[in-house]
Design a protein around this ligand. Structure first.
Ligand code: SIN
Length: 311
């Protein structure tokens, strides 16, 4: 049986790795991901300047998932440029930068810089952080996304992906798919957290996080059906050479299997990495293998996108 995946010549031994965000800010945290069975190391979304992020408390978990309003705390793009050769030499697996500049020129500058880092394998451009007060998620504006993607594609010499927000309406899927098909990135990641949700502590009669009046991005079980729907819809609408990476509520090998059935080439784990720790990657891969054996599949290609629809 083989679980390997290739996205524009970047080889992943299996389809399960970490999502940008949880515990991937410092070199120490990235080393933990490197030592785990995560099939790649995806670094925290970075900006031009280092950021402390939003005031705490800014992360909260309950039995169904999480809410966060981290506000992009990160070390600044140049630090991730320094971490990349260390991570690559130590772990010999794909290293991916996540870029979330505050404006087009920042994204262009950062992506130009990452294009010069030989050891870097891919870049994921974040169009969907919901946690910056006063700054809309660019992925909800098809024209602004079009302009941004065009600007960065001109300077990017690495495989490039887009981290998308969740969409809920078929018209919005179609608008965004048109933009994405025009620029043909190498992959899209569906989805970032469900933006601007609210979790309330009934006993305290209070919000559970401080920034933005308690509103934040929802992750974990709460978002798996939306994530699956986004993978499936983009699988139907995008050119077949654009890979789809699923993200949202994945915590078992069966979840991974479902995302691949819906059309994903690989998956990322966020909330559940924070809940369970680095063992989550190995466990999910073992469970996926078990499921594939049961179903007599020997590669992911045999069932990717083959979801049956009740007639
Ligand atoms: C954050 O740092 O606020 C989360 C990043 C994101 O949702 O893109």
């Amino acid at each position: 049986m083989t679980l390997s995946v290739e996205i524009n010549k970047v080889k992943f031994p299996h389809p399960v790795f970490n999502a940008a965000g949880p515990k991937d800010v410092t070199l120490d945290e990235l080393m933990v991901i490197g030592r785990s069975q995560s099939s790649a190391i995806l670094m925290k979304s970075c900006t031009l300047e280092p950021r402390d992020g939003n005031p705490e408390p800014r992360y909260y978990e309950d039995e169904f998932g999480s809410i966060n309003s981290m506000g992009l705390p990160n070390k600044g793009y140049q630090e991730y440029g320094k971490y990349t050769p260390i991570l690559k030499a130590t772990f010999k697996k794909p290293v991916i930068a996540s870029v979330s500049g505050m404006k087009i020129e920042d994204n262009v500058k950062i992506i130009k810089f990452f294009s010069t880092i030989q050891e870097l394998d891919m870049i994921e451009l974040n169009l969907s952080c919901p946690n910056l007060p006063g700054k809309p998620q660019i992925g909800y504006d098809a024209d602004a996304s079009d302009k941004l993607i065009r600007s960065v594609k001109d300077v990017c010499s690495k495989p490039l992906g887009l981290k998308l927000p969740p969409y809920f309406d078929f018209v919005h899927f179609e608008q965004m798919a048109k933009v994405i098909n025009k620029h043909t990135p190498d992959f899209v990641t569906c989805i970032n957290s469900l933006g601007n949700g609210l979790i309330i502590d009934a006993m305290k009669e209070e919000t559970v996080i401080k920034p933005k009046g308690g509103f934040g991005g929802i992750g974990g079980d709460y978002c798996k059906p939306t994530a699956l729907a986004n993978v499936r819809k983009f699988y139907e609408l995008l050119n077949k050479d654009i890979a789809i990476i699923g993200c949202g509520g994945i915590k078992s090998g069966i979840d991974v299997f479902e995302f691949i059935l819906a059309g994903a080439s690989a998956v990322q784990i966020g909330t559940h990495y924070l809940k369970e720790g680095p063992s989550v990657f190995e466990r999910c891969v073992k469970e996926l293998e078990h499921m594939m054996k049961k179903k007599k599949y020997s590669s992911l290609d045999e069932f990717r996108g083959t979801l049956k629809v009740i007639e």
